[in-house]
Design a protein around this ligand. Structure first.
Ligand code: PMP
Length: 405
């Protein structure tokens, strides 16, 4: 067999200098940061910092250039239709709220339906509860299959309901790693003339993306899940789509003109970036995308697939362990339960072995209910994980399952 396609980048991540024993398997919650990102933020504050878009002096103009160049970098990295269609938000959650409130307040009426799925993270669910509640509309759910995929027949059937006005679905599941057929999800919505938002929080870190080709109306993601700092995320859309929406938040930087009784608004991106943004964090996000570009997203994906399949092979042999998720089309996430044990106790056992996994409902309560369990433990892989980490997980899981048998 061909040598496994593995990256060798652990040394780029200072957290492992401070915690050499750490087996970090919680990257789906948030990733560790490479030195290049930490350094970029520190350098920006040390050498270049000033507020942006207030270019009366050169230091501010330069900071503005640094910030705006990340917008161009993001457009290239994600193959967005245009840099003007890249809106920096606080995170994926804020990006969904922006669309839910701007689009929903303008377009939803009593009796209308927003179609989501049972697999959504609460970030792509609760904003729709809020806005449908305000507008007398409601949320309906595309069913999940027992092995954790979207039921595409159910999706097609629910799209035929004329009350459906908007579709909001995830690209990749944070609980099961399922990679949904995003192009097909978009095509089916567009065939019905419906706008669609894709939650790419778990896709952007792991897959090469071509958002122009994918053609979702709205795509959202978070920097902190892809090596960048927390406090910055993005909404990516076509500028004309964004300019047709009312602003979400009002304030400085997003206006054209302000009169005593009314304001007019700037076009995207400024239209949706009220107030001073997370300037240094955006610069750090730029460094994260540069780092991933150097590695190559195809190699990132291959590395995770190698670890995923090595881990599945090992975990599948352990008696008393229930693994969730589809057999194919999945990323580097494994949800599991030890029969007879609570997921939090399993995570506690693993923590004793310095293995970090998450336990609970993973902000996806409807999915956890659909799977028929109360919670799961979740191991998730990223570029700094190694086959030694897989060994550590499999060894500790064998002991944990043995303990509870
Ligand atoms: N969607 C999915 C699928 C996620 O996994 C997450 C983060 N767990 C989010 C949305 C929300 O991301 P954030 O907390 O960065 O806004």
């Amino acid at each position: 067999p061909a040598a496994p396609a593995l990256l060798n980048v652990k040394a780029d991540f200072p957290i492992f200098d401070h915690h050499p024993e750490l087996v970090f398997l919680d990257s789906a919650a948030s990733t560790q940061k490479p030195r290049a990102v930490i350094q970029a933020i520190s350098d920006f504050y040390s050498r270049d910092y000033a507020n942006i878009h207030r270019g009366a002096y050169r230091l501010s103009a330069h900071a503005t250039d640094r910030f705006e160049s990340v917008r161009a970098d993001a457009a290239r990295f994600f193959r967005a239709p245009s840099p003007d269609g890249v809106i920096f938000t606080r995170n994926a959650t804020e990006a969904v709220n922006l669309v839910a409130h701007s689009w929903g307040q303008a377009h939803l009426n009593a009796g209308d339906v927003v179609l989501v799925s049972e697999m959504e993270h609460h970030a792509n669910l609760v904003p729709w509860h809020l806005v449908t509640g305000l507008r007398g509309a409601r949320v309906e759910y595309v069913r999940a299959t027992p092995d954790g995929r979207l039921d595409l027949d159910d999706y097609a059937a629910k799209l035929r309901n004329p009350a459906v006005k908007f579709v909001a679905l995830q690209h990749v599941s944070n609980v099961l790693g399922t990679v949904h057929p995003a192009a097909e999800l978009v095509r089916l919505a567009h065939d019905r003339g419906l706008p669609i938002l894709l939650d790419g929080a778990q896709a952007a870190p792991h897959l090469p993306l071509d958002l122009s080709a994918l053609n979702a109306d709205y795509y959202v993601l978070s920097s902190h899940k892809m090596l960048g700092p927390s406090g910055v995320g993005a909404l990516i859309a076509r500028p004309d789509t964004l300019n047709a929406l009312p602003p979400y938040m009002g304030g400085g930087d997003m206006i054209r003109e302000v009169y005593p009784d009314r304001s007019t608004y700037a076009p995207a991106p400024n239209r949706f970036e009220a107030g001073t943004p997370a300037i240094a964090e955006v610069v750090g996000f730029g460094a994260a995308m540069a780092y991933l570009t150097d590695l190559g997203m195809d190699r990132v994906e291959a590395h995770e697939q190698t670890l995923l399949h090595a881990a599945l092979d090992r975990l599948n042999q352990i008696e008393g362990l229930d693994l969730y998720g589809p057999p194919t089309a999945r990323g580097g996430v494994i949800s599991f339960n030890v029969r007879g044990a609570h997921a939090h106790d399993v995570a506690g056992f693993l923590d004793e072995a310095n293995i970090c996994v998450r336990a609970g409902h993973h902000c996806a309560q409807p999915l956890i209910r659909a799977l028929g369990c109360a919670s799961t433990a979740r191991a998730s892989f990223y570029i700094y994980n190694t086959l030694d980490d897989v060994d550590a997980l499999a060894g500790a899981m064998a002991e944990t399952a043995e303990f509870f048998r």
